[in-house]
Design a protein around this ligand. Structure first.
Ligand SMILES: Nc1ncnc2c1ncn2[C@@H]1O[C@H](COP(=O)(O)OP(=O)(O)O)[C@@H](O)[C@H]1O
Ligand SMILES: [Mg+2]
Length: 400
């Protein structure tokens, strides 16, 4: 199609403005759409610069077309009737029409698209803002989830310590009584009194019982000491927020000791530890993952309300080809129903009652393993019948 045919086509085209100017930039012709939208009166032969929001831009168009003979493509703002501004894509070119220079300017009105993209931008900003607020809420809730699991631990630890403290206390009362008995007998003996067969029997029973009380108390005290030292270890690691050389097997043992109260009446623990190298990671965060998975497994088994003990099996291994260590925790609970598997790592997704689940445990695990450590975590069904969660971590820490 030649230019003329094309221009004739545009004359009646309703969404495109066509304006023809002479070498002095006077409007000598325009299509119906331009006349209508821009309020052009052909007889007035107005200067086209008047309808440009930036007349300087029009001067540039003319110069380019005249001096370089090249068409101009640009975005142009045009003044319409009633003070409306049109955003247009402009295509201007020159032509020599029987010795007369003419400049053809075609404007395509894209105002609607610009409005659309301004609205989209506004919407994007609102989405970003909402996303930011959600992130803030998430980190507050994550902190609460962490506090909640620490709270669960604290309650469990109090219970674990209370038991030995209970019998040490009652042993102490017996010791006091035996002590009184011995002191009485000594006094009587010093005063020249004799010891009856019955007294002798009581005394030897007291001395025998004191021996076993001392053994029992020693056991209790060392139990308390080991719990507090594990707790100290856990707390120390919670304070460390830097990369450390981490022994996963040892960390599993610590975490199992301090969370014992959560599973001891619910499940037997089976451990199958591989030979692992130390890995570089944020130890306290990985401890948090192990703890969350143990708590979830115990809750799942407990929810089944079976009378016999369930099983939690933890397996670790090292893959020399990939230089990754793997942690697998399986349980004999009901497993995750097929239709919610894709949601369990989502923040706030929970199937537990309000108050007993925040729905953040697994999403925190996923954050720690994948975002913080470039590892992987996933769910599958365990041969034990319940859930199986696996995470892998690189031996060497890699930044995101
Ligand atoms: N070991 C498991 N066995 C069965 N379902 C599980 C197990 N662990 C997690 N789930 C499912 O995943 C959901 C999300 O877990 P989580 O993010 O820890 O939140 P919460 O424990 O607060 O519900 C749980 O509500 C539960 O439905
Ligand atoms: Mg949980």
């Amino acid at each position: 199609m030649n230019d003329r045919k094309f221009i004739n086509l545009l004359r009646n085209h309703s969404e495109t403005l066509l304006i023809i100017t002479d070498e002095n930039d006077r409007i000598i012709d325009a299509n119906a759409e331009s006349i209508d939208k821009l309020g052009i009166v052909l007889e007035e032969q107005r200067c086209i610069q008047d309808i440009y929001c930036d007349p300087g831009l029009r001067k540039m168009v003319k110069n380019n077309v005249l001096s370089e003979g090249k068409p101009v493509r640009q975005e142009t703002l045009l003044k319409c009737k009633f003070g409306i501004i049109l955003t247009c894509l402009e295509y201007s070119f020159g032509e020599n029409d029987k010795g007369e220079f003419k400049l053809y300017s075609i404007f395509i009105d894209v105002s609607d698209y610009i409005d659309f993209s301004i609205n989209t931008n506004k919407l994007n900003l609102e989405i970003m803002e909402a996303h930011k607020r959600l992130n803030e809420l998430y980190s507050t809730m994550a902190q609460q989830e962490k506090l909640a699991s620490i709270g669960t631990l604290a309650a469990g630890i109090a219970h674990e310590i209370n038991n030995p403290i209970g019998y040490i206390k009652s042993n102490n009362i017996s010791m006091g009584k035996y002590n009184n008995l011995i002191v009485d007998q000594c006094k009587r003996f010093r005063a020249g009194g004799s010891m009856s067969e019955e007294d002798l029997g009581r005394l030897s029973f007291a001395l025998e019982d004191m021996k076993s009380i001392i053994v029992e108390n020693e056991q209790g005290i060392s139990q308390i000491a080991s719990i507090t030292s594990e707790l100290k270890q856990f707390a120390r690691q919670s304070d460390i927020q830097e990369i450390e050389e981490y022994d996963l097997n040892e960390a599993i043992n610590h975490t199992l000791t301090i969370s014992r109260n959560k599973y001891k009446h619910i499940a037997e623990i089976e451990l199958s530890f591989g030979d692992l190298p130390l890995i570089q990671c944020f130890g306290s965060s990985v401890n948090q993952v192990i703890l969350n998975l143990i708590i979830n497994a115990s809750q799942a088994i407990e929810g089944q309300a079976q009378h016999s003990m369930g099983t939690i099996r933890i397996t670790t291994s090292f893959n020399t080809d990939t230089d990754n260590i793997a942690f697998i925790l399986e349980d004999s609970g009901p497993g995750v129903p097929e239709n919610i598997i894709s949601k369990i790592f989502n923040p706030f997704f929970t199937t537990k009652d309000i108050g007993s689940g925040t729905g953040l445990g697994l999403s925190i695990c996923s954050d720690i393993i994948t975002q913080k450590h470039q590892g992987k975590i996933w769910y599958e069904q365990s041969p034990l019948g319940g859930a199986q969660f696996t995470f892998t971590l690189p031996k060497r820490f890699r930044n995101a």
